[in-house]
Design a protein around this ligand. Structure first.
Ligand code: GAR
Length: 214
């Protein structure tokens, strides 16, 4: 069974979605550990409630960012992790971890990439005046939210939306597409060709995808 390690900095609702899909037997993976850079984050509580080992690794304890990511890679490898999930991990992942897990680190981002990379993506989208927003699951490379896209889902922007209301609607989709991307990976259905992620057999119609149309 595919072993997963999750990196989170905050609330951890995407982490929870992964736990729930596992419990519902929709996802045949085992979540081996949570690693966080934030000591009192809610994600730790979720790990404890579900018997998942949680490690707080303090970036201030490491002389360089690279040493910090060496440590994280070491912990993940020690736990036998084969796929790393960033779930609201608010740091840019660096080379030592990328090299340890090439095209084996995923991230969920609350925009339709390549639009609105970085922080406060939903607010960026509203400020730009878009009519369609959404979320993306992608493999992580050395850039910020630049890696090959695995799956995306869209929501309409409703007149009068604010960052919170739009974020809530996008988050519901994140909780669907992120476990789905992990499922595809666990079934060996993802192949990266340059910037394109080819999905063996195409995507299933899960009712949340915009392509194929629902
Ligand atoms: C999610 O909306 C995720 O897409 C976003 O942070 C939130 C974390 O929520 N990530 C980023 O913006 C990364 N660039 P969660 O802690 O409840 O999963």
């Amino acid at each position: 069974m595919l072993k997963i390690g999750v990196l989170a900095s905050g609330r951890g609702s995407n982490f929870q979605a992964m736990i729930d899909e596992g419990k519902a037997d929709n996802l045949k993976v085992s979540i081996e550990c949570l690693i966080t850079d934030t000591p009192a984050c809610y994600a730790i509580k979720r790990a404890e409630e579900n018997g998942i080992p949680a490690f707080y690794i303090n970036p201030d304890d490491y002389k360089t960012k690279d040493l910090y990511y060496h440590k994280i890679a070491y912990e993940l490898k020690s736990s036998g992790v084969g796929l790393v999930l960033l779930a609201g991990f608010m740091r840019v992942v660096r080379k030592p971890l990328l090299d340890a897990y090439p095209m084996r680190i995923m991230n969920v981002h609350p925009s339709l990439l390549p639009a609105f990379r970085g922080l406060d993506a939903q607010k960026q989208a509203l400020d730009f005046g878009v009519k369609v927003a959404g979320c993306t699951v992608h493999f992580v490379d050395e850039g910020v939210d630049t890696g090959p896209i695995i799956i995306q889902a869209a929501v309409s922007v409703i007149q009068g939306d604010n960052a919170e209301s739009l974020s809530d609607r996008i988050l519901k989709l994140e909780h669907k597409i992120y476990p789905y991307a992990v499922k595809l990976f666990s079934e060996g259905r993802l192949r990266v060709e340059g910037r394109t992620v080819v999905i063996k057999g195409g995507v299933d119609n899960n009712g949340f995808l915009t392509n194929p149309p629902v």
